[in-house]
Design a protein around this ligand. Sequence first.
Ligand code: UDP
Ligand code: MG
Length: 331
Amino acid sequence: MSDTSQTTLLSIVVPAYNEQDCLAKLHQEICRVLDPHGMSWEMLIVDDGSTDDTARVIETLVETDLRVEGIHLARNFGHQAALLAGLAEARGQAVVTIDADLEQPPASILEMLALWKQGYQIVHGVRRDHPELSFFKRKTSRWFYRVFSFLTRIPIEPGMLDFRLFDRTAVDAILSLQEADFFLRGIAAWVGFKQAKLPYQAGLRSAGQTKYSTRAMIAFAMRGITSFSTFPLRLATYLGLMMTLLSTGYGIYVTIRHFFWERPQPGYASTILLISFLMGVQFLLTGVLGEYVGRIHVEVKHRPRYIVARKVSPTPDCRRTATSKKTCPRS
Ligand code: UDP
Ligand code: MG
């Protein structure tokens, strides 16, 4: 697997959506951390349909450093699709995924590599929250991972975001999966192999704003759970069973009461209550069913999970001779 020689190539995959002010800093930090160790690395920046100057910033980086490559998606396909696009292009024996905003410290890549050299094929970065991270974000994230692990039995911890090292075997296994509903955090834990966790202290966003609004976070959570668990569907069976047992019991009670004690008083309120409650449960469960049918609909279309509009990379000849920063024409 891993060898410590210079021939080992490390790929760093960076999904970027409107990150014009973050990328140069990230690149600088990666150079600062990795270059003293004389490592060969490539940095694949996936421009996920940015509408700011991200594309131009990537081009500048590619011009100044031969190890940088830009992959521009045709539109905004989302964080997970951008990660997948980067994994598909990565050539390294080890591949690290890292966000563009420096919330995840590049210095931890060295520790990940040390674990990789010990034989671990997936190393999950586990975030220790920055004290200034919003209370809301911290709590919602923790709750999501608890619910996710409970429902899916896939052990994801709070703080396992998308800062991760993959060995080539793990990358190839992940790329062989065809599901449209790609949720890398779940898949990385699901594929198996020898896995390790590496805690890191989160930083604050170096510039720009989070791309995960509350709405996007809810959609992300729903996608994660429905693509890994059918428990919500089973919930319908449990609830239906419970309601049937309760109503049977109630029916028996009313009948006995009718014959042996007194005639029941007309109870409009309780009737309305019962009907509206049952209607509510029905709607909820139909909604759950709809979620899954929707997922099936997306899967059967077999659409590509992302579309690459263009790639910006140094010419192969240049890349072969290059070990570090140098100006070179782009392909
Ligand atoms: N991102 C992306 N496509 C999107 C949303 C986000 O490529 O549609 C990237 C973003 O540029 C960043 C990473 O995914 O590098 C994580 O996003 P962000 O930092 O906004 O999320 P947070 O850390 O706040 O959860
Ligand atoms: Mg972030």
